[in-house]
Design a protein around this ligand. Structure first.
Ligand code: FES
Ligand code: FES
Length: 156
């Protein structure tokens, strides 16, 4: 029997193998290619999306986990790229190649939803699982602290 998954506010039906990684479903079936494949082993965070608002690794999550639940990808974080983190990412000129950045933003958004006023150490801890091969960590941190209002200097 087809199952329903709400993806970015739209109900989608799924009728395949529930063991398929959620990442494949999002990218290959729904063409939501903002979410990236990095390691496939839960180690890099490039594939981070939200499941009922919580950051998860879609490369390790079977699509069956999402049946009847809400998935948000970078495409659904805001309708027009105006989420505070997206605007801060622009202000702080965060991305280099960009490959890791959707996962970084999705992890940061989930983190700030539970801790809206983190200090630098809390940001470090929350973001440590998201790897950036271009080394944009200082600008990522500056953007998150800017949104949090706890620190705003450009640390680039
Ligand atoms: S691709 Fe999922 S954590 Fe690296
Ligand atoms: S911006 Fe290139 S991997 Fe992070």
């Amino acid at each position: 029997m087809p199952e329903t998954i709400n993806v970015n506010g739209q109900p989608q039906t799924f009728d395949g193998d529930g063991d398929m990684p959620l990442l494949w479903y999002l990218r290959e079936k729904l063409d939501l290619t903002g979410t990236k494949f990095g390691c496939g082993m839960g180690l890099c965070g490039a594939c981070t999306v939200h499941l009922d608002g919580q950051a998860i690794r879609s490369c390790l999550t079977p699509v069956s986990t999402a049946f009847g639940r809400d998935i948000t990808t970078i495409e659904g974080l805001s309708e027009d790229g105006s989420h505070p983190l997206q605007l801060a990412w622009i202000r702080h000129r965060v991305p280099q190649c960009g490959y890791c950045q959707a996962g970084q933003i999705m992890n940061a958004a989930s983190f700030l939803a539970t801790n809206p006023s983190p200090d630098r150490d809390a940001v470090d801890q929350a973001m440590q699982g998201n790897i950036c091969r271009c080394g944009t960590y200082n600008r990522i941190k500056a953007a998150i602290l800017d949104v949090a209002g706890t620190e705003s200097e450009d640390m680039a």
